[in-house]
Design a protein around this ligand. Structure first.
Ligand code: FCB
Length: 451
């Protein structure tokens, strides 16, 4: 008897992102993205790593699809590199004869065909952080026109892939783009300005809404949603003194993004925080309704929990030191976090339809005699899935789970130093080797659960 069994029809997938796996950064007419530029700036990325080759997925795509098929993967969440299909970011760019890069579109079209032939449901994300540098040069997400350009790019992809793709994600983790890309500056484009962060928040969410409206206007019959990053916030002390800090943390994280998309507007606490710094969100008439254009599901990314306590300055809360063991990524090993967060989301927004669009574990176990015995990954995955299963039993409407990640890949500012794959990537030979956790996941999928 399988002890933990997920609902019939629950979908099991894996997730990746273009810049983290594709490589072929200068091939077939691809334009530069902000990550190409950021990685080449000294000191930005650990070891000076970059995604020029990454996992070379661009050339090995058929083998990677076959690998997924061999594991029984049912759905694949990948991202489309905006500058690979629109090297200058917009279909209207006037300085070039052919603003649409057909060779880039062809790659994604072939990927979709290969997935469907393998019985795998494609789930593309339109923006997983690789803005065309040409748009950054004009102001990037601080610039309102970028939202309109995003909707044009989305429209192009619907037109080319929408006959075969029925599940779309607009953005991946705007919170990370805003916080690390525009407020702290440790990720591309490396800006650390409150004003730019506020503008980027609003324009990214606006671009999401415009892309959803475009999807409906074009009569596409599939589903569309957004993926937000989350942590499960917990009070550092159990005496009630930190409960306000938990709510504040949720305001700046989940409620600012998921809440706005689900029609709740921006949290007052966040607007006040920016106002106190002389910064206003550049909201124009109708924007909040556009941002709240009805979506079909909420994408949840979650890796851990965060303990918080009140603070007199900054955001009004601060992160308390970890008390649980850490993964090599520095995240607390908190198996209960996924179920807890899903329960919170379900209660907060009246039981939305949810896909877990990322969850996984950094475990840097290296091969020994060709075997990768990543027991720490497997045990934490089990814990996450047990918690998720309990949340579903308690009534959360979760339709599927995408494990991050299929392959070890380029982990942004950490370069290649953090391994999240259930398949090992040898960065010298680019050989793929399924790890112990890949076997675990294959069995989970085959049984729709585990003992
Ligand atoms: C998420 C990102 C994803 C990957 C994982 C580990 O924040 O969406 O690209 O880096 O973390």
């Amino acid at each position: 008897m399988t002890r933990i069994r997920f609902p019939d029809g629950f979908e099991w997938g894996t997730a990746t992102a273009a810049y983290q796996i594709e490589g072929a950064a200068y091939e077939d007419g691809r334009g530069l993205s902000i990550w190409d530029v950021f990685c080449k700036q000294p000191g930005r990325v650990q070891n000076g790593d970059h995604g020029d080759v990454a996992c070379d997925h661009y050339h090995r795509m058929p083998d990677d699809v076959a690998l997924m098929k061999s594991l029984g993967i049912q759905s694949y969440r990948f991202s489309i590199s905006w500058p690979r299909v629109l090297p200058f970011g917009t279909p209207q760019h006037r300085r070039v004869q052919q603003p649409i890069n057909e060779r880039g579109i062809d790659f994604y079209s072939r990927l979709v065909d290969a997935l469907l032939a393998a019985g795998i449901t494609p789930c593309p994300t339109l923006y997983h952080w690789d803005l065309p540098q040409a748009l950054q040069d004009r102001g990037g997400w601080a610039f309102r026109d970028t939202a309109a350009h995003f909707a044009d790019y989305a429209g192009l992809m619907y037109a080319r892939l929408g006959d075969r793709v029925e599940r779309w994600i607009t953005h991946n983790e705007p919170w990370v783009v805003v916080t690390y890309g525009h407020r702290v500056g440790t990720m591309a484009p490396g800006i650390a300005e409150a004003d730019v962060a506020a503008r980027a928040t609003h324009h990214i969410l606006l671009s999401h809404g415009l892309a959803v409206e475009r999807y409906r206007a074009e009569g596409q019959g599939g589903a569309i949603g957004i993926t937000n990053s989350n942590s499960s916030y917990e009070p550092a002390e159990a005496d009630g003194s930190c409960d306000g800090a938990v709510e504040l943390a949720r305001d700046f994280d989940t409620r600012l993004y998921t809440g706005a998309v689900l029609g709740r507007g921006y949290p007052d606490s966040v607007l006040r925080h920016y106002e106190a710094r002389g910064v206003a969100f550049p909201i124009e008439d109708g924007d909040m309704a556009t941002i709240a254009a009805p979506t079909d599901f909420v994408g949840v990314n979650l890796y851990s929990r965060t303990r918080v306590r009140p603070a007199d300055s900054g955001l009004g809360f601060t992160v308390a030191p970890p008390t649980l063991p850490l993964t090599p990524m520095g995240y607390e090993r908190a198996p209960h976090a996924l179920g807890d967060f899903v329960r919170f989301l379900s209660a907060e927004y009246e039981r939305p339809k949810i896909y877990i669009t990322e969850n996984g574990v950094c475990d840097n176990t290296e091969p020994v005699d060709g075997e990768i015995d990543d027991v720490d990954r497997e045990s934490l995955l089990r814990g996450f899935l047990e918690g998720l299963h309990r949340a579903i039993e308690d009534g959360a409407d979760v339709r599927g789970y995408y494990l991050w990640s299929l392959l070890d890949n380029f982990e942004w500012s950490f370069g290649y130093s953090k391994r999240f794959g259930i398949v090992h990537t040898d960065y010298d030979t680019l050989q793929r080797t399924p790890k112990r956790s890949a076997g675990f996941y294959r069995d989970v999928i085959a049984n729709n659960g585990f003992d």
